[in-house]
Design a protein around this ligand. Sequence first.
Ligand code: C2E
Ligand code: CA
Ligand code: CA
Length: 440
Amino acid sequence: MSSLDKLTDLYNRKAFMSLLAKAVKASVNYKTKMALLVVDINRFHRINSVFGYEAGDEILRKFAVLLKAVCRQQDHVARIGDNTYAVILDGVMNTGHAELAAHKIVAYLQSPFEFGDKKITVDCTIGISVCPLHASNHLFLMKECESVLHEAKIANRKIGVSSTPEEDVIPDDFDIELAMGDAVQNGELLVHYQPKISLDSGGVVGAEALLRWQHSHRGLIPPDYFIPIAERTGHIKPMTYWLLNTVLRQSAEWTDQWGPLTVSINVPPDFILMPDFKDSVNNAVNLWKNDSTNICLEIIERSLVMEPEKSFSALQELRDLGMSISIDDFGTGYSSLSYFECLPVDELKIDRSFVADIVLNKANRNIVKLIIDLAHAFDMEVVAEGVEDLKTVELLRKLGCDIAQGFYFAKPMPNETIKSWLLNYGAPDSYRNSSSILMP
Ligand code: C2E
Ligand code: CA
Ligand code: CA
């Protein structure tokens, strides 16, 4: 009995703290997440002074019933202060899950409580902290949650959530695989596009599509981090099909406005040999009334080494449909010159690790020159990626490179931004002023 609050029959603070300690321990041991909500009824003393203590007690009881109604059977609800409640939500997927419960509480409070013939409107502020994201000790978690609650009150917000510091955007315990399963469905994936510029004319020839994952609480998760995991877990398949459809739909809009622009899509290594890949791409092209000649598929050298012959014929089939093929990160793999002449490829993309310092590093400059000459000997175009300054642009042009891509021209940007970027594109100022350097 001593663990219950007499007025509401909920757990009291003491009992709640020992439940919280257990829940935190389990969450840490079993690598699951649990959320703590602290809920405070705002200006409660006003209810007491306007409607009387009896009404106040009735509201506290009704509020307890409301919280129990919002929570699941396994959750624990307590009254931990005069007008303060707390809830343990076990086994949540992420902070968003807990926010959902908080929003539900806020929504329920839109209808006033009845006391006799009076209607009493109550509002509350809710703090949310998740173990182990925000603390992995029950006392710290409670302190953290009470402090976000306090901050939310001052800022006049109904819900305050502990923030995850920027530098731990992706802590080790982040259940990335679990969250990844929902990323497509939750609309958390985005595509950014980075323009590709002809070093000959200075004009835009196309753009590369680059995947982004905007996680609701983790912020923008970089592809270098999540794509290898997606490849390992199989999540890459729905992601790539989502990407294909999104890119073909969005890039069809550009072509209507600016004429043909190639859009480059990164294709994961296993896809080339998947029996349904060719048809999936083709169907997406038709669905979005795009044109297969506007599509360039970027693959890395690693995709070809396992079964070169099968891969070559799969690539040739894609080319027969009108698409072009690019070898990405060229120079980092083990392409052998012996199979170079049968490589059904239209473009080589020089890895940015070589491009970055060609101005200062003679060895890399020689490698870049070698790749350019090799590509031209086999009728392929060459793209230099990671071009960050004008000196590199000038040198690449001197070495005979066809196309450049990099921060010097533009960073990857969302579809809406690239549409206006294309509209305004002359070239960066320095480029425009020194156009003689670039124009033939
Ligand atoms: P990548 O295919 O080599 O893409 C080029 C990367 O270089 C991009 O990084 C781009 O933002 C970055 N970059 C472009 N210009 C510059 C520059 O001037 N300086 C520097 N330092 N970096 C520059 P991002 O978008 O982070 O992508 C990283 C990698 O993730 C990509 O490398 C690619 O391997 C993979 N990736 C990105 N999007 C996709 C996708 O849609 N599908 C697959 N399978 N992989 C993707
Ligand atoms: Ca690429
Ligand atoms: Ca690359």
